[in-house]
Design a binder for this molecule. Structure first.
Ligand code: PLP
Length: 289
């Protein structure tokens, strides 16, 4: 509460439990509830907060019951978050579903938080359309403040993970370039989502070009990406550049099994490299004991 102007609760039960604490706090904090519009353009379940049975937010039936029973006294805001790396057109469809279910409650509220997942810094994102959508929303509900909480958009495509080839391993015709980084430890989304990272200068398999699986350095058998093609044969000591590795990739890294964690550096415009953080065995040891 010391740091919050607004607090969004994930369930009516949590709202009822903690609202008295917020009310008793000396500073004014505006309370809201997360709702589930049960619509999302995100198809992968891991990234879909509106998937059936989702634990994220209240569905409209619960919300209506909460209102009827007087459980939502003092509610000032409503929050939904069902986008992920999405366009303004995805937001448009989501808003339609959200307003269909919750629109009649909006006039009694002070704010609507449309969550994150608005990838407004991606090339081609139609910011003009986003602004039009938000202005139209405001004109339908003039008393309501609109909040957006984009996360990854702030750091989209802003940093790389630099890896070195340690070995070329061959098994019955499958060549794997083993790197000094790990997919499970340093790019877990590549296995969880899964998504295929971009490697500078490499493509999906192409006839006639040298192809390699890309192997992580951990003990996990599945710690690899299927084949990429390169312009030239890879050699021990070659550097590979993984693109767009700053936002969730960097925050989700682990020290799994003591695999060495990459340094965090800033490459300045004058090409000087500033070391921000180097991780060592002590970090791994201190995390566990
Ligand atoms: C409630 C909520 N708001 C905002 C965000 C930020 O989303 P993004 O980084 O996709 O913009 C997240 C991410 O999971 C979230 O769960």
């Amino acid at each position: 509460m010391r740091y919050s102007s607004h607090i969004t609760f994930n369930s009516i039960a949590q709202y009822r439990r903690f609202k008295p604490l917020v009310d008793a706090y000396p500073a004014k904090i505006s309370c809201g509830l997360r709702v589930n519009p049960e619509y999302s353009t995100v198809e992968v379940e891991l990234y879909n907060p509106a998937a059936p049975g989702s634990r994220l937010g209240e569905v409209d039936a619960n919300f209506i019951e909460g209102i009827e029973k007087g459980f939502l006294e003092g509610l000032e805001g409503i929050h939904f978050h069902t986008l992920c790396e999405s366009s303004s057109f995805d937001l448009e469809k989501t808003l339609e579903a959200f307003e269909k279910r919750f629109g009649r409650f909006i006039p009694s509220l002070k704010w609507v938080n449309m969550g994150g997942g608005h990838l407004m810094t991606r090339k081609g994102y139609d910011t003009k359309h986003l602004v039009e959508l938000l202005l139209a929303f405001r004109s339908r509900y003039p008393q309501v403040e609109v909040i957006l909480e984009p996360g990854s958009a702030i750091a989209w495509d802003t940093g790389i993970l630099l890896a070195t080839v340690l070995d070329i391993h061959e098994s019955r015709g499958v060549k794997t370039a083993i790197l000094d980084i790990s997919f499970t430890a340093h790019m877990p989304d590549t296995l969880e989502m899964p998504y295929r990272p971009r490697i500078r200068g490499a493509t999906d398999p192409q006839e006639g070009k040298p192809g390699y699986r890309i192997g992580g350095v951990s003990c996990l058998s599945g710690d690899y990406m299927y084949e990429y093609s390169f312009e030239q044969e890879l050699r021990v000591g070659d550097r590979l550049i993984f693109e767009d590795m700053i936002h969730y990739t960097m925050v989700k890294t682990t020290l799994f099994n003591g695999v060495r964690h990459p340094d965090i550096c800033i490459l300045h415009v004058d090409n000087s490299l500033e070391l921000v953080r180097r991780f060592g065995y002590e970090d791994y040891k201190n995390k566990l004991s």
